[in-house]
Design a protein around this ligand. Structure first.
Ligand code: ZN
Ligand code: ZN
Length: 321
């Protein structure tokens, strides 16, 4: 028998090691399938770029999009029927969504440089930031992207396209502290685009253009990070959120090519950074993604996505099993 060159044997060995993992992660039964025809919208209605998505305790899905009509849409997770909508005339560029434990609806508008807290039914309770005025201080953002609220009421804002920091406020919107600056080192950011908290009070930031997820304590002390390669080759986290069962879901919107096939996927991870499922691909058919911008997960395990630029739609995925 002809002996293989050691390097070739090693390459084949590595390929064999890698291949089963790829199939286990990408294929059924560990993956998810799209629910076609969700949500149900009136004839003639078209979404603007769908920027943010969040799920409340009633399995209501809040969709935040850049259209003039029904910019904040509350939809039944199961049926896909519209429950109510609000926010017309307020927003300039819809971005992140967070639903807090009292089912308040938190929204980020990049161009307004503001963060909003609404009741479930659309009554405005709190605004942080000065409308249309950018800055880097206790009362101004520069294109803020997302926010999350801790059980003690503290508010964490990823700020954003203009600034490279996380800003922390109390429940009344009073500035407490901040961390981060532009850069590639630990605790530095290049477009913090999404933010979420785990059950242990750790803050997870989608550091999009640095192609990594950074993890901090609630005082901003850096704990650890996962490179984009954790998500898959050339992974870029755009949005992220914890499911009620404690898994982290990340949407990877790729590197913003306009039309050529690009990275597009959803990744399910555990708290150690192990990838448990990874699905979807670039495209416009149902179940594919293009410029996937945000992700949310319901109590029942359903996963919701929001896409900007090309597809402009929310989608619902359910586990294959
Ligand atoms: Zn609700
Ligand atoms: Zn964005």
């Amino acid at each position: 028998m002809k002996t293989q060159h050691p390097a070739v044997a090693l390459a084949i060995g590595l390929a064999l090691l890698a291949a089963p993992l790829t199939f286990a992660v990408d294929g059924a039964p560990d993956g998810f399938k799209v629910v076609k025809g969700w949500p149900q919208v009136p004839a003639g209605f078209e979404f603007g770029e769908t920027a943010g998505v969040g799920v409340d305790s009633h399995n209501h899905v809040f969709i935040f999009h850049r259209g003039a009509e029904m910019p904040v849409m509350c939809v039944e997770g199961d049926s896909g029927k519209i429950v109510h909508s609000f926010g017309e005339g307020i927003f300039s560029n819809a971005h992140g969504v967070h639903i807090d434990e009292y089912d308040n609806v938190w929204l980020a508008d990049t161009v307004n440089h503001q963060i909003y807290k609404f009741t479930h039914d659309g009554v405005l309770l709190l605004t942080i930031g000065e409308k249309g005025v950018s800055g880097w201080d206790a009362t101004h953002f520069n294109l803020p992207t997302d926010m999350v609220v801790a059980p003690n009421g503290d508010i964490f804002v990823s700020d954003g396209y203009g600034n490279n920091r996380v800003a922390k406020f109390d429940r009344y919107g009073k500035f407490i502290s901040e961390w981060g600056k532009g850069g590639t080192g630990p605790g530095e950011f290049n477009l913090p685009h999404g933010i979420t908290l785990d059950k242990h009070g750790r803050v997870y930031v989608a550091d999009r253009a640095n192609m990594r997820i950074q993890v901090f304590d609630m005082d901003g002390n850096f704990l650890h990070m996962w490179s984009g390669e954790t998500l898959g080759v050339s992974g870029r986290p755009w949005g992220l959120e914890f499911a009620p069962d404690g898994h982290l879901y990340v949407i990877d919107g790729g590197d913003m090519t306009e039309s050529t096939p690009d990275v597009a996927r959803i990744v399910k991870m555990d708290l150690k950074g192990n990838v448990e499922a990874r699905w979807s691909a670039y495209g416009s058919k149902a179940g594919k993604l293009s410029w996937g911008h945000d992700v949310a997960v319901g109590e029942d395990g359903s996963v919701y996505t929001a896409e900007v630029r090309n597809n402009k739609r929310p989608q619902k995925f359910v586990p294959n099993k």
